[in-house]
Design a protein around this ligand. Structure first.
Ligand code: SAM
Length: 269
């Protein structure tokens, strides 16, 4: 089995073989799983789950497989959440949630909190419901903030948005596992990769609680532009990098004091 997986290009053939062995209930099932994996299907689709931040999350075919590097975004979120008062009552929203793994991991890390997740892709929504609802969270379907209940406006403490950020012309160079098996909607970030993140940042201020934070993942090259987008949206932007995983996260914190219309009139006069 290891030899077949290695010949098919699986770098961690021994590890994958033991995962497949533990997942299959019969010899026939194991044979079928090895066949699918050797044929290039992501391991997570073959076994139906992925490990993320120590949690096991369901992954349905076509739904974006949560990446190891996104654990860095979770750790940045937990650092910032820990600095907030009453961390266990935080309102956590995972926009563009895919399986819902990132929001789940942040909610598990803060110990409780109110968890909401949303995605445009009905397959991702169905998958996220399997993961998020048993943990007491809610999942909605729709385009970015349009999916959320209006009652969340101005109340979100931690707003995760790991949206697609690969520029359209670079999708052809992604590994076949992603290109051929994950939905294009989960990968394509538009001309410069920031099309969806730009829209998310523009509206984030209305939805964040005072002092709340928006967290997004980008490439290292995109991070300064993304930080500029967040600053232009009135958020206090910062870039965080992790050398081990190569992950880059951009955060934008909303002002602690919400400006009133009277403040704006005063500034304008
Ligand atoms: C890169 S995947 C990330 C999924 C998940 N956040 C994760 O890290 O595992 C991006 C997700 O954004 C969703 N998406 C794309 N455009 C969207 C939009 N306009 N509104 C909401 N979700 C969107 C895709 O369906 C996909 O599930």
């Amino acid at each position: 089995m290891v030899a077949r997986l290695r010949a098919a290009g699986c770098v961690f053939a021994e590890d994958e073989a033991s995962i497949l062995l533990s997942a299959a209930r019969t010899r026939e099932e194991l044979e079928a799983m090895v066949e699918r994996r050797a044929g290039g299907e992501p391991l997570e689709y073959v076994v139906g789950w992925a490990e993320f931040c120590g949690l096991r999350v369901f992954v349905d075919p076509g739904v974006f497989v949560p990446r190891l590097r996104s654990e860095f975004l979770v750790s940045v979120a937990l650092d910032l959440a820990g600095a907030r008062e009453a961390a266990e009552r935080l309102v956590i929203v995972d926009l563009c949630c895919g399986t819902g793994a990132l929001g789940l991991a942040v909610a598990a890390g803060v110990g409780a909190g109110e968890l909401h997740a949303a995605d445009l892709d009905p397959a991702a929504v169905a998958c996220a419901r399997r993961n998020v609802e048993p943990a007491g969270g809610q999942v909605y379907e729709g385009d970015l903030f349009d999916a959320l209940p209006p009652g969340l406006r101005g109340r979100i403490d931690v707003l995760i948005c790991n949206a697609p950020y690969v520029p359209t012309t670079e999708i052809a160079f992604m590994p076949a596992e992603a290109r051929e098996h994950e939905a294009l909607l989960a990968l394509d970030g538009g001309a410069d990769g920031l099309a969806i993140l730009r829209r998310a940042a523009a509206s984030a201020g209305e939805w964040l609680a005072p002092g709340g934070v928006l967290l997004v993942e980008t490439s290292e090259r995109q991070a300064p532009s993304m930080a500029g987008v967040m600053s232009a949206a009135g958020l206090d932007a910062r870039i965080h990098s992790d050398d081990d995983s190569g992950a880059t996260v951009v955060t934008g914190v909303s002002a602690l004091q919400r400006r009133s219309r009277a403040d704006d009139r005063l500034r304008a006069s």
